[in-house]
Design a protein around this ligand. Sequence first.
Ligand code: 6PG
Length: 221
Amino acid sequence: MFLAAAKEAIGARGVFHVALSGGSTPRALHELLARESFERKVDWKRVRFFWGDERCVPPDSERSNYRMARETLLQPLRIPGEHVFRMRGEDPPRAAAALYEEVLALELGADWPRLDLIFLGLGPDGHTLSLFPGTRALQERLRKVVANYVAKFREWRLTLTYPAVNAARRIVFLAEGEAKRDPAGRILRRKPGYRELPASRVRPRDGQLLWLLDQEAGRDL
Ligand code: 6PG
């Protein structure tokens, strides 16, 4: 699926804009993509890396989504720094969000804010990106990147908003394990109240939505 998205984007526009997800689930994907067999199949010099969200922490923090991707994907593939556009978690949150909007506008140009591929995770509470239940960012209809305070973690986050994520050509949820069974099942089977789960409102306006679940996460389907 990654190869198909890269091939289509590079063939059509000469560049592939992909946004990585945070959390731990994407590690396995990154390790797969960094394997020798994949390295030869993608024209990596035409790939530009973005993030869907970031914790407001320095880039070398254990909690940094950028750091996880750097260690599991970017360094192994020797991706040059100028092709990597991280959210600056070390900056004041609102300034970092505003700056990232400009970065996206500059890099995506006429396509803004349409990314070619966005990987998303799913939280046990049905959050995705840093769009957590009950937080302000869920209401954002204009901005493409916002700072979002997540009370349950007492932490500021940076996140793409629904207008940004739903502009994508392809969106792929990766979810594994028993903890994701309930939110995945409720959303995908549209059980009563599923719309309260933030991940349920990820619906690309003009693009593909794919859910990749393992046995446990997909048990209710
Ligand atoms: C983050 C993510 C978040 C994550 C889910 C799932 O910054 O943590 O963007 O939305 O994808 O919480 O996390 P796991 O993959 O660790 O279960």
